[in-house]
Design a binder for this molecule. Structure first.
Ligand SMILES: [Zn+2]
Length: 103
């Protein structure tokens, strides 16, 4: 491999040119990449993106309502679990109190 700046031979794993000090990056020695062509996937994504923008207002509203409902469901489920856990702790504490010999 040759240094792209000064043309000096460089060790393959060198991080910089021993002759001119140019820092090598992986890209510095690689041939320039051809400009990317739009792949069918990208074109399709763009079409779906445009469609999503068209229906986005309606969809976002719907999705937001779905998320609200889901959050309410999770909140009540979480609250129930907390209450149940607290009852369990209180029962356990009462059992421990009952099991301990009095002073
Ligand atoms: Zn160099």
């Amino acid at each position: 491999m040759l240094c792209p700046a000064c043309g000096a031979a460089k060790p393959g794993s060198a991080a910089f040119c021993p002759s001119c000090g140019r820092v090598f990056t992986a890209r510095a020695c690689a041939p320039p990449a051809p400009p990317p062509l739009p792949s069918p996937l990208i074109v399709r994504s763009a079409v779906y993106g445009a469609l999503a923008l068209l229906v986005g207002g309606y969809g976002a509203n719907l999705y937001s309502r779905y998320l609200d409902a889901e959050r309410d469901r999770l909140d009540s489920s979480l609250l129930r679990q907390v209450v149940e856990h607290r009852q369990l702790v209180e029962r356990t504490m009462a059992q421990i109190d009952a099991a301990q010999p009095g002073p």
